[in-house]
Design a protein around this ligand. Structure first.
Ligand code: ATP
Ligand code: MG
Length: 733
């Protein structure tokens, strides 16, 4: 690019000021859609072009791997060069990179493995079992979150203040044991990545000096969601001398429950010398109806830093509110409406369905599937989290590291080879008593005759298999290794013999893993492996898989509707957005309704949801919802009432029959489409009925009048059926 000022094109005055400010500490504090991320990208380009900063000297931290990839692509487009070597990534991926490079200084084995939160939970469960600890007093999830919480605060077991509390004392003991197991197996969890790399830098002054020297500018997106550890990490790495640009929005802090600290924004202003604060006030994303509704909602929070946000865009359509009779009806409304949007010319990928809890996706998914609408779950069971893939990865991990207990336990009897729980129990006890890995315990048991007979034979078969695989794959390329492992381990055969489509899908997934490996070595991945072959490539591939599994994202390439939790929608934008389940107890979530602080976090989450929408926003709720297997009556969320009525309109589907009016809906909404359908005095939509043959069900839909009137009923176990009322003999319940 000849003219550096071209980087400043398409920016407003405040944005331009931020992008081209002289190097120094800067905080960009601004509301949703005001161009914070855009400023960050343009600032990197500016620093390189106008200030001559080397790409090598940039460190940019984003919230997801996807955001990192996007940032790299946008930078390359702005600068017209390839930027493979710029350090752009999440806290986790950057910490990982540091640990891989300096594994010895970090006191890690060379082939340490990253474990995701699933593996972590399994490890905790095993620990409790091994030590016969009551898992009702110490629920595994609670232990897990205690350990992660400590790490996020930068605390090792001996640093936790138990204040004489016996229960806390035991928790800390568990943390200690957990850590020991990880150390022995060369396992590193997500919290550990950061804590370990912080300690690495702190305890190695020469190394720290090297990085402080190297990085000429550090930039951070979504700063409001940094935790104590991340803050300390940034502080250490920048040495308070390397200039930093951080951007964030206190109103979008939604990870307090995971240790994020909004105070870090204020702290940054206070602690980093001569911080220049820039505010951006113009929103470019949403229509004014959407933006004003979001502004009104968030004004109900007391704890705010105070910001302005306006748009000169069009007012746009009002926000549509739909009250479903039940969750099925809500899902049907969403899918019918989005199909209309597609007919109007929107792409599937322009449409997002957001929800508070993962479990809400199931009903919506089923409706999408039934209607043949392509969709992606962003954050659900992703490829690398699927059972068969995790099994294959466990074999691969064992090739690199026999002491990886979690992996060994995962596959020792998968596919079944006659190693029962009793044998595994013996191995565990022995490993615990001798302080060795399961693999070691297995060999000891074989050599001293503890493992003999049929158990001994099966265990020998397993051990031989691993050794043979290791030998046979030496010198192979990555995808050949994986191909050999999934075949020779018997995994492919195992799933092939499973009945039905599930087995077939699992085989396809395993084959897909080979394809993924091939793509990986060809450099399509975020961080290309440094050397392309054998163990090094395998290790890099496994790390990438673990990092990917933690960062929930779906295949971005196919044109499909995007489903995700409100949390994972942060930073993204879509022309059309549905927020489903806007109900008391669900959103705000019941766990947060009692505490004012957490309620405010829920409201911020709602603010994040509303501000994802560019053109059209739908808020839906259901009056009856099946939760944990039983039906409950739901009230509309207080968040709906906190949005002024002038921005809302109530929608009803055409062709509906009359239905009992409930008090759940906020009053006074404008109605756009009033029922045009038939009247049935005794039946209404959402009503439970009994059919002599199909049993009990719920009325979902109706059409026609008089004798020819038909209703659609969702029967438990029988699916949905259209029935002619004149014949069906439906009994209202
Ligand atoms: P969030 O708080 O949700 O992360 P943000 O502040 O990071 O939002 P961006 O995602 O950077 O905002 O920008 C929002 C949208 O507005 C993007 O589509 C961006 O391209 C557009 N935008 C930002 N600034 C301008 C501008 N000066 N001119 C035109 N479009 C802009
Ligand atoms: Mg952003």
């Amino acid at each position: 690019m000849d003219d550096v000022t071209a980087i400043l094109d398409h920016l407003n005055t405040a944005q331009r000021e931020a992008v081209s400010a002289p190097q120094g500490n800067m905080l960009v504090l601004a509301g949703a859609g005001s161009g914070k991320t855009r400023v960050l990208v343009h600032r990197i380009a500016w620093l390189m072009q106008a200030e001559g900063l080397s790409p090598y000297a940039v460190l940019a931290v984003t919230f997801t791997n996807k955001a990192a990839r996007e940032m790299r692509t946008r930078l390359e487009a702005l600068l017209g060069l390839s930027l493979r070597n710029v350090w752009v990534g999440t806290f986790h991926s950057i910490a990982h990179r540091l640990l891989r490079t300096h594994w010895q200084d970090a006191r890690l084995p060379q082939h340490f493995q990253i474990i995701d939160s699933d593996d972590q939970l399994r490890l905790v469960k095993r620990l409790l079992k091994d030590h016969s600890i009551d898992d009702e007093r110490f629920p595994p999830r609670q232990v897990q979150s205690f350990i992660s919480g400590c790490k996020e605060e930068g605390l090792r077991p001996h640093q936790v203040d138990v204040a004489g509390d016996a229960y806390m004392g035991q928790m800390v003991e568990l943390y200690e044991r957990y850590q020991l197991t990880c150390e022995r197996g060369g396992l590193v969890d997500f919290g550990e990545l950061l804590l370990r790399s912080l300690e690495l830098l702190r305890d190695n002054p020469a190394l720290l000096a090297h990085y402080q020297e190297r990085f000429g500018h550090v930039l951070v997106d979504e700063f409001q969601d940094t935790n104590t550890l991340q803050y300390a990490w940034l502080k250490l790495l920048s040495g308070m001398r390397t200039p930093m640009t951080v951007v964030g929005d206190d109103d979008q802090s939604i990870y307090g429950w995971r240790g994020a600290r909004i105070e870090n924004i204020r702290r940054f202003e206070r602690e980093f010398p001569q911080t220049h604060t820039v505010r951006l006030e113009q929103n470019y994303r949403s229509t004014s109806a959407i933006l004003e509704a979001a502004n009104a909602l968030i004004s109900h929070n007391a704890e705010r830093m105070g910001k302005e946000l306006w748009t000169d865009g069009a007012r746009g359509e009002p926000i549509s509110v739909y009250a479903g009779f039940n969750d099925l009806d809500e899902a049907r409304f969403i899918v019918d409406t989005l199909r209309e949007k597609v007919d109007e010319g929107f792409m599937h990928r322009d449409i997002a369905i957001l929800y508070r809890s993962n479990a809400q996706s199931r009903v919506i998914e089923e409706t999408l599937i039934r209607q043949g609408v392509p969709y992606r779950i962003y954050g659900g069971q992703r490829f690398y989290e699927r059972l068969e893939i995790k099994n294959a990865l466990a074999y691969l991990r064992l090739l690199l590291n026999r002491d990886d207990d979690a992996s060994l336990e995962r596959v020792i009897n998968v596919p079944a080879r006659g190693i029962g729980t009793r044998t595994v129990e013996i191995l565990r006890t022995r490993a615990r008593e001798q302080g060795v890995s399961l693999w070691q315990a297995l060999h000891d048991g074989l050599s001293d005759g503890t493992l003999k007979g049929r158990a001994g034979t099966s265990v020998t078969t397993f051990a031989d298999l691993i050794e043979r695989l290791d030998n046979d794959t030496a010198g192979m390329s990555l995808h050949e290794i994986i191909d050999r492992v999934i075949e020779a381990s018997g995994l492919v055969e195992h799933h092939r013999s499973e009945k039905g489509e599930k087995g077939q899908a699992r085989v396809e997934n395993l084959e897909e893993l080979v394809t993924a490996a091939r793509a990986f070595t060809q450099g399509e991945a975020f961080e290309p492996p440094e050397a392309g072959e054998g163990a090094v490539a395998l290790e890099a591939f496994l790390s990438e898989a673990a990092l990917n599994a933690g960062d929930h994202e779906a295949d971005e390439f196919e044109d499909s509707v995007q489903l995700m939790t409100l949390h994972s929608a942060k930073g993204l934008e879509f022309p059309v957005v549905f927020v489903a389940g806007v109900e008391e107890g669900l959103f705000p979530h019941k766990m947060s309704m009692e505490e004012p602080g957490r309620l405010e976090e829920e409201r911020r989450l709602c603010y994040v949801g509303l501000t994802r929408a560019m053109k059209k926003l739908y808020l839906t709720h259901a009056e009856i919802r099946r939760l944990h297997g039983k039906e409950t009556f739901q009230r509309a969320s207080r968040f709906l009432r906190e949005i002024p009525e002038e921005f809302l309109e109530e929608v009803r589907l055409r062709g509906q029959i009359s239905r009992p009016v409930t008090s759940a809906r906020p009053s006074g909404l404008r109605q756009t489409e009033v029922n045009g359908g038939a009247e049935f005095p005794s039946l209404s939509l959402g009503q439970r009925v009994r059919h002599p043959v199909f049993g009990e069900g719920v009325i979902l839909n109706a059409e026609g009048q008089g004798e020819r009137a038909r209703v659609q009923v969702s029967f438990e176990g029988e699916g949905d059926k259209w029935l002619v009322l004149g014949f069906a003999k439906l009994m209202p319940l």
